[in-house]
Design a protein around this ligand. Sequence first.
Ligand code: 13P
Length: 280
Amino acid sequence: MRVSFAGLLATADRSAVGAFTCYDLEVAAAVLQSAGDRGQGVILLIGGRSFTDPHGRLLLAALIAAADASDTRACVQLDHCDDLEVIEAALERGAGAVMADGSGRPYAENIEFVRRATEVAARSGAGVECELGGITGDEDVAEAVAAGALTEPAQAVEFMLATGADCLAVSIGNVHGVYRGLPDLDWQRLAQIRSCVAAPLSLHGASGIPAEMLERAIDSGIAKVNVNTELRQAYLEATAETIGGVLASAHVARLHAAQTAAVCRVVEQKLDVLAGPRPA
Ligand code: 13P
């Protein structure tokens, strides 16, 4: 069943909501099933580029239909998008949240962009996530990149007040894709941001962040965790392992079953870490 972005994030007390990028229904089904089995709410992400692909609007409709048909509490969010028209199109088509990512713009323009996205989203009661600092790496292609500009705590307070956004994606050494060695997260910065920003905080680039670090991030106030690369890797590895055995019989359902099972394993691992609270 579909629930609001704000409602999902509000329940994250010493736990975090998992947000998983879905490129097709096999992945969405795996995410909904894994979250439902654990009684956890979940966010189905559709990437900004996936949505603007020729079949992107169908994919958004499919994710919304999957969330509606499921017993799992779920919200469908347009991920990283720097285009207000595209954001409006996704909201008109039922997205429950958008990530208005103006982090590539000058600070004042980022404020104005997110403020306008927040106004548009308010019409349908949808949530808006924004980004301050720069989380580097490609959202659809795995590359090992260095971390970008980090979120400044004082600026974050001003930014959230000026935009009225519902969630802030922090840049604390996290990157999209794969990490160059062990992630080096700035815990002091996260604590400072948490102490002065009232809105829920999200951590992007969770693929490759070890479980203990994710737990520490959640204990330090992260309420939403975004995962993509590890799902894609599991999906593609399962595809490679299974395709030889199904080609002769053209048994597509067996391929889909293998993809879904592989994605479920990754989602389950992540959700178990996100579930909290953990014994002290
Ligand atoms: P990863 O691909 O590194 O897991 O990041 C996903 C993400 O942050 C999507 O917004």
